[in-house]
Design a protein around this ligand. Structure first.
Ligand code: SF4
Length: 296
């Protein structure tokens, strides 16, 4: 069985930078660093456990009141300005690990609002990144991935669209085409910023290329990781039998019976150690298969 690895996979630079920032701060603050991340630093249990070992806890994003003192770390997803204000009012120290590419999306949406655009953020309205973009753009901003939710709105004079950084480009294009169909002619100006980030685009195209060559794809990432779920969808769309797992213990040897090529990819929040552990287990399965075949 040939095990092929995606050209690009695992941590994107924004996630890597956020982890390094929090790690460095925790290590510099001694035994009890008293740092709480606002939500999970990344949606991956291995990283969350690693942070816990460094003394970094996390709090649900609806529960800032639980953080009494010390430092609050904002994740790569960013936060709304109101959240920063609340942390200041509570007297908390702030560590801002917002990915610079998310900051660009927040700024882009805000600028459009300031220029009189009604803004739509194409993304999961419950995702922290989308909430942060909406927070910067203002309460009249709409977050959705469903054209049905906006098709009956009164055509605004000017309409702006940005995307969550980790969306699938083809889906975004489809959404934009639907909006154009409905509003062009009724709305004076429609402005679209493709704000899907370059690391996401590379990750997705690498997974797509590999899925075209492989019978089975293994996609590694946290259960709550949206970008990992997108990789799974992309691999499935290419016709590869695809399994999304968090780590090697979920692999089942039966998935690989009679399989000649298996591809491995991983979401932007998946640490190298998880990828290495999965590849090692796949190699062990293969070795076992060879021993059994030789016996027969
Ligand atoms: S996926 Fe893109 S925007 Fe999000 S943290 Fe990574 S590099 Fe930044």
């Amino acid at each position: 069985m040939e095990i092929k690895l995606a050209r690009e996979m695992g941590f994107c630079f924004g996630v890597r930078k956020a982890i390094q920032l929090v790690e460095k701060e925790a290590q510099g603050r001694g035994l009890n660093p008293n740092i709480t991340t606002f939500g999970q630093l990344v949606h991956n249990p291995v990283v969350v456990n690693h942070m816990a070992k460094l003394g970094v806890s996390n709090v649900d994003t609806r529960e800032m009141a639980q953080v009494q003192d010390g430092m609050i770390a904002f994740t790569a997803h960013g936060v709304a300005p109101q959240v920063i204000e609340e942390a200041r009012e509570r007297g908390l120290e702030i560590l801002d690990a917002t990915c610079p590419l998310v900051t660009l999306i927040q700024q882009s949406a805000r600028e459009m609002v300031d220029q009189g655009f009604k803004v739509i953020v194409y993304g999961d309205k419950n995702h922290p990144e989308v909430k942060s973009i909406v927070g910067w753009a203002g309460k009249d901003t709409i977050a959705t991935m469903e054209f049905e939710e906006i098709k009956d709105m009164r055509p605004p004079k000017r309409l702006g669209i940005v995307s969550q950084s980790t969306q699938i480009l083809e889906h975004f294009k489809h959404f934009v085409a639907q909006v154009n169909d409905q509003f062009l002619g009724k709305t004076k100006e429609i402005k679209v910023h493709n704000t899907i980030c370059a690391p996401t685009t590379h990750l997705q195209s690498s997974a797509q290329e590999l899925a075209q060559e492989c019978e089975v794809m293994v996609v590694i990432g946290g259960k709550k990781s949206a970008n990992t779920a997108h990789l799974r969808d992309i691999c499935e769309a290419e016709g590869a039998r695809t399994y999304k797992i968090e780590g090697p213990d979920e692999l089942d040897p039966a998935w690989f019976e009679g399989v000649q090529t298996v591809g491995v990819t991983a979401g932007a929040s998946t640490p190298d150690e998880s990828i290495e552990a999965v590849v090692a287990r796949l190699k062990a399965f293969d070795l076992l298969k060879q021993v059994q075949e030789n016996k027969n």
